[in-house]
Write a protein that binds this ligand. Structure first.
Ligand SMILES: Cc1cc2nc3c(=O)[nH]c(=O)nc-3n(C[C@H](O)[C@H](O)[C@H](O)COP(=O)(O)OP(=O)(O)OC[C@H]3O[C@@H](n4cnc5c(N)ncnc54)[C@H](O)[C@@H]3O)c2cc1C
Length: 196
């Protein structure tokens, strides 16, 4: 029986991406999911690769993290995105005025944002609300990356689904220790997993 280097619990986007990454680094990985792959939150997400623009004015730290992750994901998961950008559409004078603050905040966070005139917006999106005054274009995208990582995990690592839940207890340092019975692995494995 092979001894596995990493056991990942949870076959959502996070677990699948970690499995994808570790297997590419040559590590052996086992992925365990109590339901079906992506049956948790991942199966319900909207598929938006955030540019961070929606956080740029009020939460710069999150905005910077988003654009950094956005850039990394485009590089490491090519083909998983429809690079269709995002438009913040101004329908009122007040929203049009806010676009200056938005573009400036994006610039501060390293998010390439661009103001489009009404004509440019309509040329790009002819079916948009004709009352549009202008829009701010940001590098959002539509993604299948979480699915891609799941496929990669299935192709590169043993994946066990519908496993029994591990019995878990908290340790004094706040981390969790779990024991899970893995019949397919022919022996129980003691796992140390980080705090959630
Ligand atoms: C409505 C909605 C829309 C969203 N839209 C977006 C979006 O557009 N873009 C974006 O980036 N993010 C979006 N998100 C957030 C995104 O979906 C989550 O951040 C992401 O899916 C979290 O992935 P995860 O792998 O950490 O968690 P999950 O997908 O929940 O995966 C955890 C997995 O672990 C399994 N599990 C748990 N406990 C055990 C156990 N003891 N044993 C075995 N398996 C276990 C669960 O069954 C589950 O499959 C959205 C979220 C929601 C709710």
């Amino acid at each position: 029986m092979a001894s596995f280097h990493a056991v990942i619990i949870g076959g959502g986007g996070t677990g699948a991406a970690v499995a994808h990454d570790l297997t590419l680094r040559g590590m052996k990985v086992t992925l365990i999911e109590r339901g079906e792959l992506t049956s948790g939150t991942t199966g319900r997400h909207h598929g938006l690769l955030h540019s961070g623009a929606r956080y740029a004015v009020k939460d710069k730290e999150s905005a910077v993290e988003c654009i950094e992750e956005n850039t990394i994901l485009r590089r490491i998961a090519p083909g998983s995105f429809e690079l269709n950008d995002g438009l913040f559409v101004a329908l009122t004078d007040e929203e049009a005025a806010y676009s200056h603050e938005l573009v400036e905040a994006c610039y501060d966070c390293g998010i390439p944002a661009k103001r489009l005139t009404r004509e440019e917006v309509l040329a790009r999106e002819p079916n948009i609300n004709p009352a549009v005054k202008l829009a701010v274009q940001v590098p959002d995208a539509t993604m299948d990356a979480m699915i891609s990582f799941g496929v990669s995990a299935v192709m590169r690592a043993p994946v066990f689904t519908k496993m029994r839940r591990p019995s878990t207890k908290a340790l004094n340092d706040g981390s969790l220790t779990s024991t899970i019975s893995m019949p397919e692995l022919d022996r129980p494995a003691a796992l140390r997993i980080g705090r959630a």
